[in-house]
Design a protein around this ligand. Structure first.
Ligand code: COA
Length: 258
């Protein structure tokens, strides 16, 4: 499949694996398209009961591909593939399970708010450096993270830019269990198999009842996307992206206002 992901299916479980470790699984447009296509295919297939998302050894994902942002020069059209993925997440009808090893940055952490089960290795870490990049939170995280983790922890992560350990994300109610790295995939697979064996209509109904108002989540995500698109065009974001690619600290005095 084009886009650096691979997919496999077994026993009702569709596993999506990010396969761009040389760029720390940073998500470029082709990867967003491939992820959306795989999820849509799984939703439509009677042979799939559960989606699983994993990274590669030692890294879940470094989040949005910053080179992609920079190449776009703030062009909002470049957000189309990200937005299509982000819009899909709250509307999934089948459970999504994530297995996180290593860093989960940006959307790597915010997408977890749409997962039904999250397992992490003991070396997983979670961060959302949107503000450091002149951006704002996305994927409904500014709604879902305060709800899930409490405002104090969500603000510490989303605004202060704190990195949370797997243990802390477990205490915060985002991660179900922290396991040794060598048992992560087996733990995820066991949970996925157990879910896939449930009566599918009852599972879907229970999940719908638990997930609450999807339209409110979707509307919040759209509001975030409008601000995100504005921020993407800002001098602050342009300076932060350039600094990242040039491996230097950003100098926001170069960015002028905004
Ligand atoms: N976008 C584009 N390229 C990225 C990237 C991203 N988000 N994250 C990492 N890369 C690239 C690096 O530029 C580097 O490329 P190079 O080998 O051509 O120089 C390569 O991936 C390895 O990155 P490096 O930083 O050396 O890896 P690391 O293991 O030391 O650190 C991270 C891993 C994830 C902690 C670190 O790469 C990072 O903080 N990335 C940026 C995260 C970020 O701000 N994401 C955006 C959120 S909106």
């Amino acid at each position: 499949m084009s886009g650096a992901i691979s997919t496999s299916r077994a026993n009702g479980v569709a596993t999506l694996r990010l396969t761009r470790p040389e760029k720390r699984n940073a998500l470029d447009r082709a990867m967003y398209r491939a992820l959306s296509a795989a999820l849509i295919e799984g939703e439509a297939s009677s042979g799939v009961a559960v989606h699983v998302l994993v990274g590669s050894e030692g890294v879940f994902t470094a989040g949005n591909d910053i080179a992609d942002f920079l190449a776009g020069g703030g062009d909002a059209d470049r957000l189309a593939d990200i937005l299509a993925f982000v819009r899909l997440l709250p509307r999934l009808e089948k459970p999504l399970i994530a297995g996180v090893d290593g860093p989960a940055v940006g959307i790597g952490t915010t997408l977890l708010m749409h997962c039904d089960l999250v397992y992490a290795s003991d070396r997983a870490s979670f961060s959302t450096p949107f503000l450091a990049l002149g951006l704002v939170p996305e994927a409904a995280s500014s709604l879902l993270m305060p709800l899930r983790m409490g405002y104090a922890r969500a603000f510490e992560m989303l605004a202060l830019g704190a990195t949370f350990s797997a243990e802390r994300m477990c205490e915060a109610g985002v991660v179900n269990a922290v396991v040794p790295v060598e048992s992560l995939e087996a733990t995820v697979a066991e949970a996925a198999r157990a879910l896939a064996a449930k009566p599918p209509t009852a599972l879907a109904a229970a999940r719908r009842l638990m997930r609450g108002d999807v339209e409110a989540v979707a509307a919040h995500s759209e509001a975030e996307a409008r601000v995100f698109a504005e921020r993407l065009r800002s001098p602050e974001a342009a300076e932060a992206f350039r600094a990242f690619m040039e491996k230097r600290a950003p100098d926001f005095s170069r960015a002028g206002s905004g």
